[in-house]
Design a protein around this ligand. Structure first.
Ligand code: FES
Length: 277
């Protein structure tokens, strides 16, 4: 596969296999998705002690809990014979496996294991659910599957400072929608990473934004694109509190934060095979 040229004036389109090779998607699961911070949910889902929700990252089932104010994540896999310890979402004091009834507390420690008293070399204190790292960024929850992944703030060292003036922590969840797109996930991401298509594809947006002032800034593992709203335009994005500018953040590898005054739209691009997301 052709390397990507560092000089953008020599850029060329990647080979088709970059978007169509199923083996590459498998490699991306471990090399890209497992080793990065992945969006998993909204902080309101874990607002109260005992709140939990389940989800999947790739093929990994996960459960997230509020353990007396500490947000934790675990593989949703019992340490006995891999049963499921939580289903759906709700409030609980214990994560109880539905196969043979082993029960874990919200710190992941095994508390009860029916009929295991006589088992040799078996000590409940040695057994814990396998953890995954969790990080709250504004109203958004992220997790990292691979324990060698740098902390969120090391992974995106300049992101928090850049977002600080935008007041993300004030945002509350309004709605979630799923879109099924017949495209390799990287095509979707690449489309987000260029404003070149705006005049042709989004003429209404183009009338509001000052396209000539469109800016792309590269950060560590993230990109910020922004454009001021044209002077004198009755902007969809203006709420009277600011200048109405639009900010488009991309967080490596698959999260986009579209931020307008008072509004945050989070896009998460999840591969569903090599040709769908
Ligand atoms: Fe969980 Fe047996 S698999 S208790």
């Amino acid at each position: 596969m052709q390397p990507i040229h560092a000089d953008i004036t020599r850029a060329s389109t990647p080979e088709p296999a970059f978007y169509t090779d199923p083996a590459l998607l498998l490699a991306e699961e471990t090399a890209v998705f497992a080793r990065s911070w992945q969006f998993v949910g909204h902080a309101s889902q874990l607002a109260r002690p005992g709140d939990y929700f389940t989800t999947t990252l790739g093929r990994e089932p996960l459960v997230f809990v509020n353990d007396d104010g500490v947000l934790r994540g675990f593989f949703n896999v019992c340490r006995h014979r891999a049963g499921t310890v939580a289903v759906g979402c709700g409030r609980t004091k214990r994560l109880v496996c539905r196969y043979h009834g082993w029960a874990y507390d919200l710190s992941g420690r095994l508390r009860t294991a029916p009929e295991m008293e006589g088992a040799q070399d078996f000590d409940k204190a040695d057994i814990k659910l396998a953890p995954v790292a969790v990080h709250q960024f504004g109203p958004l929850l992220f997790a990292a599957l691979d324990p060698t992944t740098p902390s969120f703030d090391d992974f995106y060292p300049d992101l928090s400072a850049r977002c600080a003036p935008l007041g993300l922590e004030r945002m509350q969840h309004f709605m979630t929608r799923d879109f099924h797109v017949a495209s390799n996930w990287k095509i979707y991401v690449e489309n987000f990473l260029e404003g070149y298509h705006i005049p042709a594809v989004h003429p209404a947006l183009n009338r509001e934004l000052d396209y000539r002032a469109y800016v792309t800034e590269l950060g560590k593992r993230h990109v910020l694109q922004y454009a001021p709203v044209q002077a004198g335009t009755a902007s969809l994005y203006r709420d009277g509190a600011g200048d109405g500018s639009a900010y488009y953040f991309w967080l490596h590898p698959n999260v986009m934060l579209n931020i307008y005054e008072g509004l945050l739209q989070t896009n998460v691009v999840i591969p569903d095979g090599v040709d769908r997301c």
